[in-house]
Ligand binder design. Sequence first.
Ligand code: NAD
Length: 453
Amino acid sequence: MFEIKPFNLNKMNPSRRNFIKKSAVATTAIGASAVIPSKVWSAKIAPSDKINVALIGCRNMGFGILKHHLNTKLVNCVALCDVDKNVLNQKSQEVREKYNQEPELIGDYRKVLERKDVDAVIIGTPDHWHCLIMVGACQAGKDVYVEKPMANTIGECNIMVKAAKKYNRVIQVGQQQRDNPIFKDIMDLIKGGEIGALRKVNIWANFNYGLGTAFANDEPVPNGVNYDFWLGPAPQRPFNKARFHGSWRHFWDYGGGLMSDWGVHLIDMGLWTKDLLKGPQQVFTYAENNSEQKAMRETFDTMNVVFPKDDFVINYDLTAGTEQGPYDTMYGISFIGDKATIVANRHKYYVLPEWDNKKGEHKTEEITFEKGQESHRAHVENFLECIKTRETTSCPPEVGRAAAIHAHIPNISARIEVPFLKWDDEKNLFTNCKEANDYITPEYRKPWKLPKI
Ligand SMILES: NC(=O)c1ccc[n+]([C@@H]2O[C@H](COP(=O)([O-])OP(=O)(O)OC[C@H]3O[C@@H](n4cnc5c(N)ncnc54)[C@H](O)[C@@H]3O)[C@@H](O)[C@H]2O)c1
């Protein structure tokens, strides 16, 4: 098994230390405070002027994001909205007990959007709902934190980008790695030429949950659940718990499996190296179900995707149902350059230099950093700051769209069994396969209508 030798920042030469000191991670690495709120409320607004937020989709990630909002002490939670009353009751109790707040409990998000006192909404629903709710919120004059992937289809992503612009809203897409000091540092290193020409970004994502859940029979809708509303614009189907809370992500009507679940986070880092905001021009996809472990899902358990870019290549490698990967990690990214490779995940990174035979030394400095933290809180703080300043967030819809499209195209490729697709991002069309174009825009189940912007 490959073992990465732990290096010590303190052993680094002074020039490297200075470089790193200037960057975000160093603040934590060298021992200064990692708490960021000094930036929050830099706009000329009284600290007492709190932002009223409402959460739509409360069970898991949405609630986590709400708690990060509440922990800043800069917001009031005025409403919780969910189509499952059991979730609403449980989460409202926690908000009451931990935060001493009494949000209104709402089953239909449109009632949330009608409330004039709501400044911002957090969207924590499954992916098939993101577009309708986000566009409705923009039209109602709310700012939006929408979880990733920004939407479940390319067409919906396009509509959301337009809506944000047309209604001039502040939108944060939940790709929180954009506020992770580890990745900010890595981008500084790469853009500053520290690893030489970037040649490849290799990404791996191996998780057991990617296989789906145990087989389950259709059954009556549980008490307290408005299942028709949960389905919303997605096709009508009998209730099955394997397609419901949490595990919906393995079924095309609501999500895109590990390809989009982790893909958007990790591919986004590859795009960030060169600030790429477009969909991929070409995509080569291998997708199969090679695991003998049986579970309920439609998405693929084994995928390899190649995204050629102008002067480098992004490779995405997914093996659901396994948790071993390169460098003994379940997921990660290696950024391969002429002078060094950077290996990273959300908590650590290593710069592994190439050896210069002529000079008898490394081509750049070795670095190790192993004390990173999750970045949801920083991502939320960036959102709140931008609500006040009206500046662009760290992950605006254009960034969310680019990442989501990079996940949706390989999934389309896999579903129609066409391993090579060419995409024209200006025309929003596949140019070498008519069938693929049928997957760009979803057909909404009545009475729901795909928003027109
Ligand atoms: N940023 C991250 O790291 C991260 C991590 C996990 C999940 N996510 C994203 O968060 C979103 C939610 O995922 P999850 O794991 O929390 O799902 P979940 O199934 O656990 O929770 C979704 C909740 O939304 C509710 N809901 C569904 N339709 C609704 C509607 N129309 N109105 C109101 N409530 C509705 C459900 O009843 C449920 O309570 C997804 O988009 C997912 O990709 C992001």
